[in-house]
Design a protein around this ligand. Structure first.
Ligand code: B12
Ligand code: SF4
Length: 538
């Protein structure tokens, strides 16, 4: 009988803008493909999202796994640790992988038998060689030969093995087979089955808040056009939608052009989207070709409209680059999902106001306002840890929607208010309706969705918001480091910030039906007692 290896992708605890889209990361599927190349193993995958993983039910249906592999990012790692505990309680060994445990392997080893750091293919192949007769106890000294592995020896001492070179021949990797997930990876958006395809790894840039280069390196590695086309043929129907999950799809423009021209020649019937940088606009012809090849939306990290913040994050892009990119892309009719981040050292309420204004003026199809987050593996994490500015190590909050550090230009609570305020302004019901009547259907649909997520987020996060408000500090005032909200409000009133924002009543649990007195008013944020979606400027 074949041995069973089960890969699990845990879900994040918190609602976020992607909650409805159960798009799995590809690691579990690629590694499961490697396992299935071995005749004596049978790999399966479970993607949490719509459904929580139930170990007993899974075993009843599929048999007891010999090994469980759990894939983690920071926002999902606590759930991953809980799943690991359940498996180990039944004596099933657990291997953890993914970006979070890559950078914090010592923490991860408290929850698992083995931890794989970085790219997992080399380690997985070595483990399968080693397990040819079945799983081997985690303390066996022969584990020292497995690249990228962290493990504990017989003396309980943690060992971090050296890492293997990056995978160079990406064509040799298995094509992700989503059927291994028994339906849990199926993601239907707007009636179309959405699938992820990766055509490259690595990014030549090194933005301070990003952990991609630590995971996959700065050298841009890519698959051959022939291998990508072969994978794409699986999805060649108008009922599919392909998301190319490369970090920087057009990092190498000649190769991007070659691929896109081949897609045009192949007359693929699906539409697609991908992540690009603003530098794509330096080649407008390439953008026009992308549109011809069926590109529906590009996701662009604009990050900031504050030039000092752009310099600080080392994104190597200017405000002019951002404007130019928007112009070039919009001319072709490709939609833009723009991502902005608040909380850099030079950001304040003016940045927030300017960003909201900018996103509206530029008529982006959708915009996402994220809170700067020190993800393990990023330069930002190292710096803020060294400066003692990280205020929460609750990994569930590391989803770019929560404030987990002490920013310079805001208090943590103000920064949280800023993000919610920004979304509330961008996705007020009046905005959604305005888009509807002006015929911006896609944008209007997304706005309604974002309005709902923003509302759900506030409801789900009441305890977190209350705690953050209670810890609210008032820099520069006599009542500095006070947790007394009343003095905070007095401080803000006295200071009369030029562009302070307002957030809707109900943000902190006061509903529209409640008397104003019951609404907890965060300093820096005026309450507005009208509809839950409404806001005004202070
Ligand atoms: C596609 C994608 C998404 C998709 C779907 C992702 C999902 N379901 O989580 C969407 C758009 C929904 C998304 C959302 C978010 N994402 Co995202 N996303 C990506 C992206 C671009 C590609 C993922 C992918 O398939 N990679 C390719 C595969 C091959 O890599 P992999 O899955 O990591 O697997 C390899 C290794 O990690 C390892 N491995 C992985 N699992 C396992 C398991 C075992 C047992 C072993 C041995 C090894 C192993 O081996 C694999 C092969 O080499 C990555 C960046 C990147 N390059 O990975 C960011 C990335 C994963 N996302 C990130 C973040 C922060 C988020 C968000 C929290 C915030 C946001 N940007 O909005 C949300 C939250 C998602 C959630 N789950 O709740 C960060 C995570 C960093 C971290 N430390 O947490 C990344 C790394 C980007 C970054 N800038 O740093 N994301
Ligand atoms: S944010 Fe984008 S451009 Fe910057 S290092 Fe990460 S993947 Fe590369």
């Amino acid at each position: 009988m074949k041995r069973i290896m089960l890969f699990i992708e845990p879900s994040a605890a918190q609602v976020n803008i992607f909650t409805q889209f159960t798009l799995p990361r590809l690691g579990s599927f690629i590694l499961a493909g490697l396992v299935n190349r071995r005749g004596s193993w049978n790999a399966r995958v479970f993607v949490e999202g719509r459904k929580q993983f139930d170990l007993a039910a899974w075993i009843a249906e599929n048999g007891r796994p010999d090994v469980v592999g759990i894939s983690t990012i920071t926002a999902t790692v606590k759930r991953g640790y809980a799943l690991a505990k359940e498996c180990r309680a039944l004596g099933i060994p657990v291997v953890l992988g993914g970006p979070h445990v890559t950078f914090l392997p010592d923490e991860a080893l408290a929850h698992a038998d083995l931890v794989v750091r970085g790219e997992g293919e080399g380690a997985m192949n070595a483990l399968l060689d080693f397990w040819s007769e079945g799983y081997v106890e985690a303390t066996d000294p022969r584990y020292a030969a497995v690249p990228n592995l962290s493990w504990k020896d017989t003396g309980g001492v943690i060992q971090h093995n050296p890492v293997a070179p990056w995978v160079t021949d990406l064509d040799a990797l298995p094509v992700p087979d989503f059927s291994l997930a028994g339906g849990t990876a199926d993601c239907v958006i707007g009636g179309k089955r959405t699938v992820m395809v990766q055509t490259s790894r690595g990014c030549p840039f090194d933005c301070s808040f990003c952990s991609v280069t630590g995971m996959f390196g700065r050298k841009f590695r890519y698959r051959s056009v022939a291998s990508i086309l072969e994978e794409l043929r699986r999805y060649d129907t108008p009922n599919h939608f392909v998301f190319f999950c490369d970090d920087n799809f057009t990092a190498n423009k000649p190769r991007a052009r070659e691929l896109i021209e081949a897609m045009i020649a192949g007359k693929f019937r699906f539409q697609w989207s991908t992540q690009v940088r603003t530098d794509l606009a330096r080649d407008p012809e390439l953008v026009r070709l992308m549109k011809r090849a069926g590109c529906h939306t590009v996701f662009i990290g604009f990050e900031s409209v504050n030039p000092r913040s752009l310099a600080e994050m080392k994104k190597s892009q200017s405000l002019d680059d951002i404007r130019q990119a928007i112009g070039v892309v919009q001319q072709t009719g490709i939609h833009i999902h723009g991502m902005f981040v608040f909380g850099f050292e030079e950001d304040d309420w003016n940045t927030v106001e300017a960003t909201v204004r900018f996103a509206r003026q530029m008529k982006l199809t959708s915009a996402q306002l994220l809170v700067l987050t020190p993800l393990p593996g990023s330069e930002l994490y190292e710096r803020l840890s060294a400066e003692g500015r990280i205020t929460s190590f609750d990994w569930n909050l590391y989803d770019t929607h929560h404030v987990v550090y002490r920013p310079a230009g805001f208090t943590p609570f103000e920064l949280q208010c800023a993000q919610v305020y920004g979304h509330t302004r961008l996705y007020a019901i009046s905005e959604c309706l305005r888009k509807l009547v002006t015929g911006r259907w896609v944008s209007a649909g997304l706005s309604f969705y974002a309005w709902k997520i923003n509302r759900d987020w506030q409801q789900d996060n009441q305890p977190y918001l209350r705690e953050l408000a209670a810890r609210h500090e008032f820099p520069g005032s006599d009542s500095a480091h006070s947790s007394n909200l009343a003095s905070g409000i007095r401080w803000v009133d006295a200071r009369k910030r030029p562009a302070r924002g307002a957030i809707p009543a109900g943000f902190l649990g006061g509903g529209v039906s409640q008397s104003p007195g019951r609404v907890v008013v965060p300093a820096g944020c005026d309450p507005v007692h009208n509809s839950p979606g409404a806001v005004n400027l202070g």
